[in-house]
Design a protein around this ligand. Sequence first.
Ligand SMILES: [Zn+2]
Length: 455
Amino acid sequence: MSQTTILGNGVLVTDTQQPEVIRNGAVAWQGKRLVAVGNEAAVRSQFPEAAWLDACGGVIHPGLVNLHHHFYSALARGLDPGANMANFGEVLDRLWWRLDRALDLDTVRISAELCAADCVRWGNTTVFDHHASPSAIAGSLDVIADAMRGAGLSAVLCYEVTDRNGPQQAAAGIDENLRFLETTRHDPRIRGVFGLHASFTLRDETLRAVAEQRTASDGCHIHVAEDPVDVAATRETFGVGPVERLARFGLLDDRALLAHGIHLDAADFETIAHHGATVIHNPESNNNNGVGRLDTVVTSNFGCRVGLGTDGMSSAVQRALRSAFLTHRGATRDPMSGFDTLPELLGNNVEIARRFFDEPQLGTLTAGAPADVIVIDAPPPTPIGPENTFGHLVYGLSEAPVRHTVARGAVVLENFRHTTLDPAALAVRANELAPSLWDRFHQLPWGTPFLGSAS
Ligand SMILES: [Zn+2]
């Protein structure tokens, strides 16, 4: 039997949906799974020989799930694009579509490692990433998977297929997804989903090829209506909106992950709900890009599941939750709002992660669940119970550092110190690579047509 470890001396919050809260709580695990959860004295008496990890009064919480990230953007920090960007289309064309073309496998790797370190630091133990590196497509998902395995994290990865760099690169993107999906289909920690950029950069031929070649259960991860340009360009070129278009190609199902959804209409939300797809809210990124705000209440009232992502802005999904809350209140000008749908977001992330990893107990602290556990270093200063954990989360826990991160039984952050990664060494390596990446970026032109050129 493998070593038992007990994590105790904390306030146990078992769940993000309907938690049990235990003041003197503890969890115990053996190998990769929890074996006991409850009152600390009871857990200790069950495993008197166990190793001990001290929560120091903090909140013992399930590891968090981030549903939409872009690791590849890590080296954009401080980059001056050297171009005016008057709207979202220009932000893509003049910043992100030049950055992704400038990436090679070395910069893909360091970007993933930097984000992995941040994910560990913020207790995000399961991450869905959406990757693009058009000059280094083949094998790029393996590089990212290696970084996640090295960090000790679980991840669902994809390559964003697009036509903007021409049909050969669209085909290469499809191949990278198919290859990766096949090699990770039974991997306990790393899984794939079929990546698509956005409707307005995808030709019908490409969507048809994806629909024909993927396995039906693969799902897809795509940007939808982040900005009006996606809706307008899709309607103009293809005669339908992006949601209807995905449905026509059979790409909407209960594993479809639709990032943003800001500029959709009632019919779109009804279609999404009908197919059981998920809309992913990315409030920090949406504010940063000035593209508007997803109305999570309206979306949820149509019966759509709404999840939460960081979209490359950070690796702290709990801070995205706080941002969602404040953005919602600011927009509604209602100081009582925000407690209607927002408490569901992190739980919806967990539900999706369970589906992709075939782990029905993932994201909850209960015996038999994967041992993904964090300690948030914020001993609650006021009464805490199932009825007010969301209030504690948005007003306190989301801003507090994480003391310990345990991912599938491995302590990857112990008393604020990484055990699998060295962030200082990563920063040194990143600083060696960033100047040449930025040089390549600045040599690249902009003016990329949304659908590329036919040749
Ligand atoms: Zn995104």
